[in-house]
Design a protein around this ligand. Structure first.
Ligand code: ADP
Length: 409
């Protein structure tokens, strides 16, 4: 700074005493003044920065001190389990945020009006008297099924702490798994028992009856086919479940899938004298996905439509590009039949594994109950959607919405 001021002074002296050196003096004056302005702005910035730091420090100093108690409160409120403090009269004296959100306004209220579990009060009493942790499991069925595990921790002066853990999801998946094993065993055992029975008949009472033998061999063949379909459906389902989180990323032309369906003769459709209409649409954009998997979806829905439609009726397949706001950016595959239909209250269940409508069973239509579960998983993997519209004894329409292939940014 000092040097700049000296230059400034020098320039002024030159200008004053040696008028002829005006230009040089002016240049020196300009340069030194610009430097002066630059350094002045730097000093101002630094001052502002210093002031801000001091202000921040003041804010920190003036803010409330974060005590251990605050920390504990914060920690307890971050816990997802429901935590309740119960006093010696079994009244709730405090609760964490999770408990308040689940049970509502609980403070000052009687515990038994919130948790109705047999043995709860006895266990609390035991925990108080013996000063030990007690454990309890209970479930509620209304408004929906829930399952809880509860720990009772004794505190001072007959107070106790209740920690309620929600195990509903775990219980549900456990039940799903055991139902699944039971279903698979049942579905495989039925044809197996039948095959064993016929084998025994062929080797004993029908030993010398070639006509009966041929008949039984045909039935055994059908049962073995049934087992094969079931096993292949199960393998397909487990494969797709494992890959569900990875969205397939190829360009798929649904028209090509329709073409391959058209080329394949369908014995059942011929037997039922069906009018099959597969309508391609060249204006439909490509979708994002996996060709084989989308083929599996279309094939499954097509086979079902043929299976469940009435004799001499029509099955239609067509494509549609969605223009409405909600579904924009998707292509719909429609599969429509004029069959037995699905009761309204069962529509939401048909994609569950092994679920078969009473209507289908009554009409003795064979199936594994796994096809639509596979369809649903594949559509989920494609980030698509499945819509089902049905009228009992009039027909059903399955609509698959799949995302259009667009370049990602
Ligand atoms: P399935 O092998 O029994 O056909 P799916 O998983 O494909 O198994 O279908 C599950 C159930 O949904 C069927 O058992 C049937 O009750 C019902 N369903 C599926 N598609 C149709 C349809 N097009 N019309 C009427 N009911 C259907």
């Amino acid at each position: 700074m000092k040097i700049i001021l000296i230059f400034n002074f020098l320039a002024l002296v030159l200008l004053f005493f040696f008028g002829k050196l005006e230009l040089i003096s002016l240049v020196i004056l300009c340069i030194s003044n610009s430097a002066l302005l630059y350094f002045a702005s730097k000093i101002k910035d630094q001052k502002i920065k210093r002031k801000k730091n001091t202000e921040d420090l003041n804010v920190i100093n003036s803010s409330k001190v974060f005590t251990a108690e605050d920390l504990e409160n914060q920690l307890i409120n971050q816990i997802e389990d429901y935590i309740l403090f119960i006093n010696s009269f079994n009244t709730i004296s405090a609760a964490n945020q999770a408990a308040k959100s689940y049970y509502g306004d609980v403070i000052g209220k009687d515990l038994s009006s919130f948790i109705r579990a047999p043995d709860l009060l006895d266990k609390i009493e035991n925990s108080r008297n013996r000063r030990i942790n007690e454990y309890l499991e209970f479930e509620i069925n209304l408004p929906t099924y829930s399952f809880f595990r509860l720990t009772i921790v004794p505190l001072s002066q007959k107070n106790v702490l209740l920690v309620v853990k929600d195990y509903t999801d775990f219980k549900k998946s456990e039940k799903l798994r055991s139902d699944f094993v039971a279903n698979v065993s049942h579905e495989l055992k039925t044809p197996l028992v039948s095959i064993k029975g016929f084998l025994e008949t062929i080797s004993s009472s029908a030993k010398d009856d070639p006509v009966a033998q041929q008949k039984f061999i045909k039935i055994m063949q059908e049962q073995a086919d049934k087992m094969e379909i079931l096993i292949s459906d199960l393998m397909s389902l487990s494969r797709i479940e494992m890959q569900e989180h990875v969205q397939p990323n190829s360009k798929v032309n649904i028209n090509e899938i329709f073409e391959s369906l058209e080329r394949m003769p369908n014995k059942l459709a011929e037997k039922k004298c069906l009018d099959i209409k597969i309508v391609k649409n060249d204006t439909i954009p490509l979708v994002r996905g996996d060709y084989d998997k989308i083929s599996e979806v279309v094939q499954n829905l097509y086979d079902n439509a043929i299976k469940y439609t009435k004799d001499h009726s029509a099955v239609e397949l067509f494509l549609h590009k969605n223009e409405d706001k909600l579904l924009k950016g998707s292509v719909s595959i429609h599969v429509k039949d004029q069959g037995i239909g699905i009761p309204k209250d069962e529509i939401h269940r048909v994609t569950e594994r092994f679920f078969r409508t009473a209507n289908a069973k009554k009409n003795l239509i064979q199936g594994t109950g796994l096809g639509l579960a596979i369809v649903k998983h594949i559509i989920n993997q494609h980030r698509g959607d499945l819509e089902i519209n049905s009228r009992l004894n009039e027909g059903t329409e399955f609509i698959v919405h799949l995302p259009i292939y667009e370049k990602k940014d």
